[in-house]
Design a protein around this ligand. Structure first.
Ligand code: NAG
Ligand code: NAG
Ligand code: NAG
Ligand code: NAG
Ligand code: NAG
Ligand code: NAG
Ligand code: NAG
Ligand code: NAG
Ligand code: NAG
Ligand code: NAG
Ligand code: NAG
Ligand code: NAG
Length: 768
C-alpha cells in the first residue's frame, strides 16, 4: 500500500514536471487564503460529494487547492468549484467578491436551490470567464453584471425548470456593456428584447462573438441573416425557439462556421444547401422541424462534416453518392424523414461512422457492407423497404452495441459473424423474411446480448441451446417463426435477467415441469407471451411478482382457471389473454386484479355466472363461451372506462340491463348471437363514441329507440334477426354507416327496408 501511494505521488510529480498539470503559480498570499477559507465557510456543500472544496484547509498553499488558480504573485485568479454539490451560501457579503483578481469563476452544476444571484459581481472587474450554468439560481440577473466589462465568456444557461430572468438588465443592457464577449450561453433564459430584434442587437453589439447558444429562449422569428455579419461566429445553437422561417443561406458566408443547431424551431422552406458547402462545418442539426423539406445537396469533397442530423423533417429524395466523401462523418441521424431509393455503396467508405440512424424512411435495395466502419456503435434501419440479405461480414466491428433492421423485407440467413459480436447488446430483426436455422454457438459467457428480437420471420429448427445461456438476456422475442421442437420452460430458468419472453405462434411444444420450476423463480419477468404453444398445463407463476402481461391463448389448457392466476404480479397484472383454450369455469372465490385493463377469455367453455369485470378494464372479451346465464343487473356500472366489450355467441339469456347505459366509453359493443329478450334500452343514446353495435341474432323486441340516431360515431350497426318492430328512426347518422343491417325483423318498416309503414299500424309490443 505504502509503495503504491509513493509511486503514485512520484508519477504525479513526474507528470506535473513534464506536462505542467499545475498552472504556474506563486505561493498563496495570506489575505487570499483567508478569503478562500471564508468563502468555503459561507458555502453549504455536501463534503461526501465534494472533491475540491472539502480539501480547502489551512495547511497547504491555497494556490494548490482543488479548483484554485493563482497568478505569479499569489493572487487567486481562478476558481472552479463546478459540480461540487454546493447547495447555497453566496450573498452580497460573500468573501467571493473580495477576490478582486478573479478572472475565471465556475459555479456550474451546483444546486443553489432557486436562490437569487447576489449583486457583487460588479466588483470583479477583471472577470473574463464566468460560468453559472445549471447552478439552479433563479430570479433577476443582478444589475451590476454589466460592470464585468472584460468578460469574454458568459455561461448562465439553465435547465428549463430553474430559469433566470433577463429583464433589468435586459439583453440589450447586458451585451452593450459586454462588447468583448466571444462566447455567450443563455440557454432556457426567457429573453425579452423590448422591441429590439435580438439578432440585430447581438450582431451590432458583439463583433467578436464566436459562440452563441440561445436554446429555448422563447425567441421568435424570422431567423435574421444579420447574424451572418459576425465574421468570427463559429457555433450557432438556437434550438427550441419558434422562428417559423427559412434558414438564411447567408449563414454560408460564415467562414469558420462549425456548428449550426436549429432543432425544433418550426423552420420552413427547403434545406439551406450552401451551408453544407462551408468547409469548416462539423455539425448541422435541423431535426424536428416538421415542415422543413427539400433534397440533400451534393456534399463537398473532403468536407469536415461529422454530425448530420435531420430527423423528423420532411427532407427526402435519395442519399447522394457524395456522402461517401465525408470522411469525417461519425453521426448520421435521418430518422422519420422522406428518403427513398438505394443506400449508396459509397457509404462503406465512412470509416469513422459511430452512430447511424436511417429508420422510418423508404430506403430500398440492399444494405451496404459496413466492414470498414470499425467504430460503429449503433445502426438503425428500422422500417424501410430494404431487400436482399443481411451483409455477411461483421468481423471486427467490436464496438457495435445496437443493430435494428426490423420491418424491412430482408431475406436469407442470420450471419454467424453478426451473432458472435460479443459487444452486441440489442439485435432487432423483427418482421423480415429471414430464414434458416440459427447457428449453434458454444461459449457465450462473455456475450452482452440483452435484447434479441427475431419475431415475424421464417426461422426454423430448434431454439438453439446457446440462447438459454446468454448471461444478460432480458428480452427474447421469437414469435411468429417456424421454430420447432419441445421446450420446457425451465430451460429459461438460468436467465436471471429475463424481462420479456415471447415464443408465440411457432411450431413449438412448450411444457412445464411442475417438480423443478427454476422458471417460476425468475424474479424480473414482466411479460410472458406463450400463445399457440400447445401447452397442456399452466406454468406456476405465483412467485412472479412483476408479471404484467400474460398471454396463454390458443393452447390446450382446461378445467378451472385457478384463482391464483389473479395474484400473479402481486395484483399488478394488466394484460391477460386466456382465449382459445378449454377452460370451463373460474375457480371461486376470485378477485380480479385492480389494474387489469385487458381481459380476454373468449373461445373457452365457460359456464355459469358471467364474471363482473375489474373496473379499469378497457378491453373485455367473453365471446364464444357457454354461460347460459344473464348479464348481471349492475354489469354496466363497472364498464365505465371500457372501450371494447363482446359477449357474442355465449348462450346469454335475459334482458340487456339498463346499467349498460353507464358504459359510455364503449367503442364496440357486441351482444350478438345470444338469447337476449326485451327491448333495446333507449339509454343507448348515451354512447356518444360508439362505433360498432352488434345486437343481431337475439330475440330483442319492441321498437328501435329514436336515440340511436344520435350515435354520431357509429359506422357499423347490426340489428338483424331479432323481433324488432315499428318504424326505423330517421337520421343522417344512418346514411353515414358503412354497414347497416335490419333484415330478419319482420315487424320493421321504413325507408331502409323499402317497406312502407303506412298500411299497417305498427304498435310496438314489449314481450319478456
Ligand atoms: C487538510 O486537508 C487534508 C486533506 O483533506 C488533510 O489530510 C489535512 O489533515 C488537512 N489539514 C488541516 C490542517 O486541516
Ligand atoms: C458531476 O460529478 C459526477 C460524479 O461526481 C459525474 O457523474 C457527473 O457527470 C458530473 N457532472 C458534470 C456536469 O460534470
Ligand atoms: C461551464 O461549466 C460546465 C461544467 O464544468 C461545463 O460543462 C460547460 O461547458 C462550461 N461552459 C463553458 C462555456 O465553458
Ligand atoms: C417570457 O417573458 C415575457 C415577458 O416577461 C412573458 O410575457 C412570457 O410569458 C415569458 N415566457 C415564458 C415562457 O415564461
Ligand atoms: C477562422 O479560424 C482560423 C483558425 O482557427 C483563424 O485563423 C481565422 O482567423 C478565423 N477566421 C475568421 C474570419 O474568424
Ligand atoms: C410554424 O410556422 C408556420 C409557418 O411556416 C406557421 O403558420 C405556424 O403558426 C408556426 N407554428 C407555431 C407554433 O408558431
Ligand atoms: C481530398 O483529400 C485527398 C487526400 O487527402 C486529396 O488527395 C484530394 O486532393 C482532396 N480533394 C480536395 C477536393 O480537396
Ligand atoms: C471509396 O473510396 C475510394 C478512395 O477514394 C474510392 O476509390 C472508392 O471508389 C470508394 N468506394 C465507393 C464504394 O465509393
Ligand atoms: C417496397 O418495395 C417493393 C418492391 O421492391 C415495392 O413493390 C413496394 O411498393 C415498396 N413499398 C414501399 C412502401 O415503398
Ligand atoms: C414429479 O414428481 C413426481 C413425484 O414426486 C413423479 O412421480 C413425477 O414423475 C415427476 N414428474 C416429472 C415431470 O419429473
Ligand atoms: C415461491 O416463493 C416462496 C417464498 O419465497 C418459496 O418458498 C417457494 O419455493 C417459491 N416457489 C417457487 C415455485 O419458486
Ligand atoms: C339527440 O341529441 C340532441 C342534442 O344532444 C338532443 O337535443 C336530442 O333530444 C337527442 N335526440 C334523441 C332522440 O335523443
Amino acid at each position: 500500500m505504502e509503495f503504491k501511494v509513493s509511486s503514485w505521488l512520484l508519477l504525479v510529480s513526474f507528470c506535473s514536471f513534464f506536462f505542467g498539470l499545475h498552472p504556474i503559480s506563486g505561493q498563496c498570499l495570506n489575505d487570499q487564503k483567508s478569503l478562500l477559507l471564508a468563502l468555503k465557510n459561507d458555502l453549504k456543500f455536501d463534503s461526501s460529494l465534494s472533491t475540491k472544496l472539502v480539501g480547502w484547509n489551512q495547511s497547504a498553499d491555497c494556490c494548490h487547492w482543488g479548483g484554485v488558480a493563482c497568478d505569479k504573485a499569489g493572487h487567486v485568479t481562478g476558481i472552479d468549484i463546478s459540480n461540487e454539490s454546493v447547495s447555497g451560501g453566496i450573498d452580497g457579503s460573500s468573501a467571493l467578491f473580495g477576490l478582486r483578481f478573479l478572472r475565471s469563476l465556475n459555479l456550474a452544476y451546483n444546486s443553489f436551490h432557486s436562490a437569487q444571484l447576489p449583486s457583487g459581481f460588479g466588483k470583479l472587474t477583471l472577470m473574463s470567464y464566468l460560468n453559472l450554468s445549471n447552478a439552479n439560481f433563479q430570479g433577476q440577473i443582478p444589475g451590476d453584471f454589466p460592470l464585468m466589462k472584460r468578460l469574454v465568456t458568459l455561461d448562465i444557461s439553465s435547465s428549463p425548470y430553474y430559469t433566470l430572468a433577463l429583464e433589468n438588465p435586459d439583453l440589450k443592457m447586458l451585451i452593450q456593456s459586454l462588447t468583448g464577449l466571444r462566447e455567450l450561453y443563455l440557454d432556457n433564459i426567457n429573453i425579452t428584447t423590448h422591441g429590439y430584434h435580438w439578432a440585430e442587437l447581438i450582431s451590432s453589439s458583439l463583433p467578436n462573438l464566436q459562440v452563441l447558444s440561445l436554446k429555448g429562449c422563447g425567441l421568435s422569428g424570422p431567423l435574421d441573416s444579420s447574424l451572418a455579419n459576425l465574421k468570427y461566429l463559429s457555433v450557432i445553437i438556437l434550438d427550441e425557439n419558434t422562428f417559423s422561417s427559412d434558414v438564411p443561406e447567408s449563414f454560408a458566408n460564415l467562414q469558420n462556421l462549425t456548428v449550426l443547431s436549429l432543432q425544433a424551431c418550426n423552420l420552413s422552406g427547403s434545406l439551406p444547401k450552401k451551408i453544407f458547402q462551408v468547409p469548416s462545418l462539423k455539425t448541422i442539426d435541423l431535426s424536428s422541424n416538421v415542415v422543413l423539406n427539400g433534397p440533400l445537396p451534393e456534399f463537398p469533397e473532403n468536407g469536415s462534416l461529422q454530425n448530420l442530423v435531420l430527423s423528423y423533417t420532411v427532407v427526402g429524395g435519395t442519399l447522394p453518392d457524395s456522402i461517401g466523401s465525408l470522411r469525417m462523418l461519425s453521426r448520421i441521424e435521418l430518422r422519420g424523414c422522406k428518403f427513398s431509393g438505394p443506400l449508396p455503396k459509397s457509404m462503406q467508405n465512412l470509416t469513422r461512422l459511430v452512430y447511424l440512424d436511417l429508420s422510418v424512411n423508404q430506403f430500398n435495395g440492399p444494405i451496404p457492407s459496413f466492414q470498414l466502419s470499425k467504430n460503429l456503435v449503433s445502426v438503425n434501419f428500422y422500417q424501410n423497404n430494404l431487400t436482399g440479405g443481411i451483409p455477411s461480414h461483421w468481423e471486427g466491428l467490436n464496438r457495435l452495441q445496437f443493430l435494428n433492421l426490423g420491418y424491412n423485407s430482408l431475406s436469407g440467413n442470420l450471419p454467424e459473424s453478426l451473432l458472435t459480436l460479443t459487444s452486441l447488446e440489442d439485435l432487432e430483426l423483427p418482421n423480415n423474411r429471414l430464414s434458416g436455422q440459427i447457428s449453434k454457438l458454444t461459449d457465450v459467457s462473455s456475450f452482452r446480448l440483452r435484447d434479441l428480437d427475431l419475431s415475424g420471420n421464417k426461422f426454423e429448427g430448434p431454439i438453439p441451446g446457446f440462447i438459454f445461456k446468454l448471461p444478460r438476456l432480458s428480452t427474447l422475442a421469437l414469435a411468429t417463426n417456424n421454430f420447432a421442437g419441445s421446450v420446457d420452460l425451465d430451460m429459461f430458468g438460468k436467465l436471471e435477467e429475463l424481462y420479456a419472453l415471447d415464443l408465440s405462434f411457432n411450431d413449438l411444444v412448450v411444457s412445464v415441469n411442475a417438480n423443478r420450476s427454476t422458471f417460476s423463480s425468475l424474479s424480473k419477468l414482466n411479460s410472458l407471451m406463450l400463445a399457440s404453444c400447445k401447452m397442456q398445463q399452466l406454468p406456476d407463476l405465483q412467485n412472479q411478482s412483476r408479471l404484467m402481461m400474460l398471454d396463454l391463448s390458443d393452447n390446450q389448457l382446461s378445467g378451472e382457471i385457478p384463482n391464483s392466476i389473479w395474484k400473479v404480479g402481486n395484483g399488478y397484472l394488466r394484460f391477460l389473454n386466456l382465449s382459445h383454450n378449454k377452460f370451463s369455469s373460474l375457480q371461486k372465490p376470485y378477485t380480479f386484479p385492480f389494474l387489469l385493463d385487458v381481459l380476454d377469455l373468449h373461445s373457452n367453455h365457460l359456464t355459469g355466472d358471467i364474471p363482473i369485470p375489474p373496473r379499469r378494464v378497457y378491453h373485455l372479451d367473453y365471446s364464444s363461451n357457454n354461460f347460459g346465464s344473464s348479464i348481471p343487473a349492475n354489469f354496466g356500472n363497472v364498464l365505465t372506462s371500457t372501450l371494447y366489450f363482446s359477449i357474442s355467441n355465449s348462450k346469454v339469456v335475459g334482458v340487456i340491463p339498463e346499467s349498460i347505459s353507464n358504459a359510455s366509453s364503449l367503442h364496440v359493443l357486441d351482444l350478438s348471437q345470444n338469447a337476449l329478450r326485451g327491448p333495446i334500452p333507449s339509454s343507448i343514446g348515451n354512447f356518444k363514441v360508439l362505433e360498432s353495435l352488434d345486437l343481431s341474432v337475439n330475440m330483442l323486441n319492441g321498437s328501435i329507440p329514436e336515440q340511436l340516431a344520435n350515435l354520431t360515431s357509429l359506422s357499423f350497426l347490426n340489428l338483424s334477426y331479432n323481433h324488432l318492430s315499428g318504424k326505423i328512426p330517421q337520421g343522417s347518422v344512418f346514411q353515414a354507416l358503412t354497414e347497416l343491417s335490419f333484415e330478419g325483423n319482420r315487424g320493421l318498416c321504413g325507408p331502409p327496408l323499402k317497406k312502407s309503414c303506412d298500411n299497417k299500424q305498427m304498435s310496438p309490443q314489449v314481450e319478456y
